[in-house]
Design a protein around this ligand. Structure first.
Ligand SMILES: [Fe+2]
Ligand SMILES: [Fe+2]
Length: 211
């Protein structure tokens, strides 16, 4: 039986929303690009790298919202703890991409509040349907994010070692999030749901690359 969140829980969740959208994120781990030198990039390369890193930052905003919605509605304490742990790593990804975007002289997506709201609603829905679907949704999201990150590695300027180091570490983390969800009992999602998720992420990435 689904338990409704308490007022305290709701206040905590609202605090997460504000921190994700408005406050700078921090990382306990060292940023993966910390020891690397800034490369010489043309204006076009910088704009392209910033567009890709904005997509990745936006993906992390969505991850926060998804995990938040899912943790709020997950029934199994083990699943809830795993979601919270993964969410913590997503905050670090948020910090890495945020700083990199600023270094590239660019901005976060203006559409972030919109993506946050949509992802939160999806997370809550998945959680309400049941833990195995909740985890299945999470595993599929992480797989799709990993595929995106890998495609970005082939699109980022070759000499932009800083962006590449961040994306590489994120892909490693997302793969382990997907594996963890499977280990906790994620159900494989029906093909139409996977296709819908792919189509939605295409729209999201196309828009956040530009704005
Ligand atoms: Fe992430
Ligand atoms: Fe993840």
């Amino acid at each position: 039986m689904l338990k409704l969140p308490s007022v305290d829980q709701l206040i905590t969740e609202f605090d997460t929303v504000l921190r994700t959208l408005a406050a700078p994120a921090t990382s306990a781990r060292q940023h993966p690009d910390a020891a690397l030198e800034e490369a010489e990039l043309s204006e076009a390369e910088k704009t392209h790298a910033a567009g890709l890193m904005r997509v990745n930052h936006c993906g992390e905003v969505c991850a926060q919202a998804l995990y938040q919605g899912q943790a709020l509605t997950a029934r199994d304490p083990a699943a809830r703890d795993a979601l919270k742990q993964a969410a913590q790593e997503e905050v670090e990804h948020l910090a890495w991409t945020e700083r990199r975007l600023a270094e590239l002289g660019s901005h976060r997506s203006l559409l972030n509040p919109l993506w946050y709201a949509g992802s939160f609603a999806m997370g809550v829905t998945a959680g309400v349907i049941g833990d195995k679907w909740n985890l299945g949704f999470l595993a599929e999201t992480e797989r799709q994010v990993t595929a995106h990150l890998e495609s970005h590695l082939s699109q980022l300027p070759e000499q932009d070692a800083k962006s590449r180091a961040i994306v590489t570490q994120m892909a490693i983390d997302e793969t382990s999030h997907a594996e963890q969800a499977v280990a906790l009992g994620a159900a494989p999602l029906p093909l139409p749901v996977v296709q819908l998720m792919t189509a939605t992420s295409k729209v999201m990435t196309g828009l956040s690359y530009r704005i």
